[in-house]
Design a protein around this ligand. Structure first.
Ligand code: SF4
Length: 249
């Protein structure tokens, strides 16, 4: 499922309230440096129709127009979330886009929270790291504790080393949300490596951990989800140690 506009919504949910989404990827295509077996946008090879990334000027115009429309209609906006068809930090103007989004948020809806969902592959890039530090919720993905397991689940393009990402994540000093997908694939399951993953969580001590599982059709066939109870049992040691864990079934 691909989003067709740069700014979409507002969408209403119990968790986020009234939320606007921003897609920094093409309007008719997916661009990501991961190719996760569970990606709701499908495989990268099937999403190459359109490669034009929105510029900072495009985002400014689309977001300002939407915020003006919502404000004049009295529609509340509780959050603005970067979550598009691929990896938002691959947009070369990502840092500038974060700056302008925060400025427009302050102008129209100063109480709205700005969140970025990212696969964390580019947190080692100084400008990306600095931009992520500015937002209210940097939601950073770490699905696998080793490169071999990441190759199974995330299928990264080019070099990807979990150890390097963990080093970069340490620089947030816990002020981020760690997001991890729990699933069972052909011949493997998250429970095979959850102990190693928990050791990384203990080192990083994020202010919140978001554990979730698949809930839509996936590009790889044969994936199985976990129940909330199963996920809770797996992460119980971290809950007992005082970490804040959100479990989404
Ligand atoms: S990182 Fe996100 S957008 Fe990229 S392939 Fe994985 S799930 Fe899809």
């Amino acid at each position: 499922m691909l989003r067709e506009t740069t700014v979409f919504g507002p969408i209403f949910s119990r968790r986020l309230g009234s939320s606007l989404g921003i897609n920094l990827l093409p309007q008719q295509g997916k661009i990501c440096n991961f190719d996760c077996v569970y990606c709701e946008c499908g495989w990268n090879k099937d999403g190459r129709g359109d490669t034009k990334l929105p510029s900072a000027a495009d985002v400014r115009l689309a977001l300002q127009t939407k915020l003006e429309e919502c404000a004049s209609a009295g529609i509340p906006i509780d959050s603005i979330t970067f979550s598009g068809d691929g990896e938002p930090t691959l947009n070369p103007e990502f840092p500038e886009i974060i700056d302008l989004t925060l400025a427009l948020r302050d102008l129209y809806y100063p109480l709205a929270k700005v969140s970025v969902l990212t696969n964390a592959t580019r947190v080692g890039v100084p400008a990306v790291f600095e931009a992520l530090k500015l937002v209210d919720n940097a939601i950073l993905k770490l699905d696998a504790p080793t490169d071999a397991q990441a190759a199974l689940v995330n299928r990264p393009a080019g070099e990807y080393h979990v150890a390097d990402v963990v080093e970069s994540l340490k620089r947030f000093e816990g002020n981020f949300v760690l997001q991890t997908m729990f699933l069972k694939g052909p011949g493997w399951a998250t429970e095979d490596w959850v102990k190693e993953w928990m050791d990384i969580v203990r080192v990083l001590r994020p202010r919140e951990v978001m554990v979730y599982t698949i809930d839509r059709e996936t590009p790889m066939a044969g994936l199985k989800k976990y129940t909330v109870e199963e996920m809770r049992a797996l992460v119980q040691p971290l809950i007992d140690e005082g970490l804040t864990i959100q479990i989404k079934g």
